[in-house]
Design a protein around this ligand. Structure first.
Ligand SMILES: N[C@@H](CCC[C@H](N)C(=O)O)C(=O)O
Length: 295
């Protein structure tokens, strides 16, 4: 298997492997319940994801067997909360499924918290000088049937996870941590669950986005459901897409360290409502290495 390998044996008992991936810098630990017995408590998830006292990640996923699809994905935030979709997680778990498949499979249908998803390995695997191994993964997201407009530059979308998207004049100098926390914790519009917050600025036809993620309670380097929400909001704000072909709208979205693409088909209903169908998120998913733990 390509990628660097770190084996950490804490005690000499039964071990569970965890695979470290990142999707555009949004990093995850993956446990494989198809092979190992995975029975993690919330406390253990919080510990594993902790950047100081654990291994560190923006979330943990469990890949499991499914009766009807290639696999089942369960996602946990680093605070142990779950029940939502994770876009970059969906791309990373697809890269992991490809990496562990017998015949280098490149297309998957899988179950996730918000329903069925389909993914394709579009390019790779390509190993870099550090031994990290990247695949370009295209992920079909759930259609979005409803959203909320607050004003011309701010929208709420549920793209599998809850997102508030707001346009800013200078995203590089936006205080994502302070402003994100203010919306997440103190804005009654999003209570009691809270919200992820995406700050976007359009520059040279590209959406530059920075996201405060709830559950991480900080800025992450990218957030897949947030990148999708940002592209849908940009469409509603009248931002010129990178292309429109046969009804398919495409935006380029620059997260902190990677460029991703979002495609979708907007549909205007007789009621005047707009829905977003056939939404795809495409970007890199990188295998970093594996660790072996006992808890
Ligand atoms: N990073 C994820 C989103 C994870 C869920 C989010 N933190 C929440 O609590 O809603 C992505 O790539 O979509």
């Amino acid at each position: 298997m390509p990628g660097s390998k770190i084996i950490i044996k804490l005690k000499n008992t039964t071990m569970m492997k965890l695979y470290k991936f990142h999707g555009a810098g949004n990093d995850f630990l993956i446990a494989d319940a198809r092979r190992d017995t995975v029975n993690l408590s919330q406390e253990e998830i919080v510990h594993l994801c902790d950047r100081h006292t654990g291994f560190g990640s923006d979330g943990l996923m469990v890949i499991g067997n499914s009766n009807d699809t290639a696999f089942k994905m369960k996602f946990y935030n680093p605070d142990g909360t779950s029940g939502m979709m994770c876009g970059n997680g969906g791309r990373c778990i697809s890269a992991y499924a490809a990496m562990t498949s017998a015949n280098d499979e490149r297309h998957f249908v899988f179950e996730a918290p918000d329903g069925l998803h389909e993914s394709w390995i579009e390019a790779g695997p390509e190993t870099d000088a550090l031994g990290d191994c990247t695949r370009v993964v295209r992920l079909k997201m759930s259609d979005v049937k409803e959203f909320k407009k607050y004003d011309d530059t701010s929208y709420f979308f549920n793209t599998g996870a809850r997102h508030f998207v707001t346009a800013v004049d200078d995203v590089d100098h936006t205080n994502v941590y302070a402003n994100g926390r203010a919306y997440r914790y103190f804005d009654t519009r999003f209570a009691p669950e809270g919200v992820n917050v995406d700050f976007v600025q359009v520059r040279d036809g590209v959406l530059h986005v920075r996201t405060y993620e709830k559950g991480v309670e900080n800025e992450t380097l990218a957030c897949g459901t947030g990148i999708v929400a940002t592209a849908l909001a940009a469409y509603m704000m009248g931002v010129q897409p990178e292309s429109v072909e046969n009804g398919v709208v495409r935006y380029a979205v620059q997260a902190r360290i990677s460029l991703l693409h979002v495609e979708f088909e907007p549909e205007k209903k007789a009621s005047g409502n707009i829905t977003f169908n056939n939404i795809y998120l495409t970007g890199p998913a990188t295998y970093v290495g594996e660790i072996e733990v006992d808890l």
